[in-house]
Write a protein that binds this ligand. Sequence first.
Ligand SMILES: [Zn+2]
Length: 343
Amino acid sequence: MSGAPRVRVLDAPPRAATPEALLAALGGPAVWRVPGRDRSRARGVATLLHGNEPSGLRALQAWLAGGAVPAVDLVCFVGAVEAALGPPGFAHRMLPGRADLNRCFVPPFAGAEGETAGEALRLLREAGCEALVDLHNNTGHNPVYGVATEADAARVNVTALFAERLIVSGLRLGTLTEATSGDFPSVTIECGSAGDPAADRAALTGLARYAALEALDTRIVRAPRMAILEQPLRVRARDDVRLAFADAPVPGAGLTLAGDIDRHNFELLLPGVPVGWVGAGERWPLEAHGADGEEVSREWFALRDGLLETRRAAVPIMMTVDAAAAKSDCLFYLVRPREELAG
Ligand SMILES: [Zn+2]
C-alpha cells in the first residue's frame, strides 16, 4: 500500500556538532545502531516522539559526540523529526493536521505517523533489544519520573538510572512503551520541562548510565530509592469547555485552573483542596478515565459554590499551565501511592 519506508535505517551513527545539526541531518524518522563492546546484545533508546520535547535528542547528540562505546549495541530511534524541524524548531508536538506519533503504536498503523510507528516497532523487535527507554519532556513543573506497565525489577532498575519515581499505568494510549511491554522491559522517562537545562542533564546522565551498564539487573538486589505510584486516571477538560489558567476566575471561561497549579505535581492532595473555578451556569467541566475506561470525574472532584475541589486524596502529576498542551492531550493525571493501597 505504501511506497518507500517512512523510517530510514542508517548504516552508521550520525555525528553532528549540535542537536539542530543532527535533526537536519536526519530529516525524518530514523533508526541506527551504535556498536557496543558486546555485539551479541542490544538495548533500545527512543526519543523525540513528540517534536517539542528535545531533551532526549540533545542527550543522544551529546553522548554520540563524546564517542563513548556502549556496553552492548545501542539501537536508537528518533521519531517526530519533521515536527521538530517545523519552525521555529522544537516547537510542535506534531505538525498541524498530523497525528500524535506516540498515540499510533497500535494497529492499524495507518497514515504517516501510523506507518512510522509500525516500522519502528518492527525494527526495535528485530534488533533483539533486552530493554527500551523512551525519553520525553513535559510542559509543567515536574520531577524526572518513569512510566511503565508494571513495576518489576527490570523496569524499576532501568528507571532508577534516570529517576526516583515510577508510575505504573494500565492506561492504553497507543504509546511505544505500551506496545513493546510484552517484548522487553520498556520504560518512558519524563525528563522534566522542555527547555529546562536540568531536564537535558537528567536525560544525558541517565542515557550515559544506561549505555554503560554491563548487565540489567532483573532482581532487586538492594531496594532502590523508588516511589511507585499507580492506577492513573487521565483527567481532561470536556471538549466544549473554554479553559483558562489564572489566579482568579476568568469571565467567560468554563473552567479556570490556578495559574501555578503545576506546583502541586507529585504532592498528595487531601480531600477538599480547591483546584479551580467553574463559570456560573457552566456545565460540569471534567472527564476522568482510568484503565477500565469508565468516566469517574465526579468521584474525584466536587463542585461547591463555583469552586472545583478534590473529593478524595490523590497525587496529581503532569499538571500543565499550558492551555494548548492541556487541550491537545490532557489536564493532568491522578495517581495513588502504592503503599497506601494496602490500607
Ligand atoms: Zn512526550
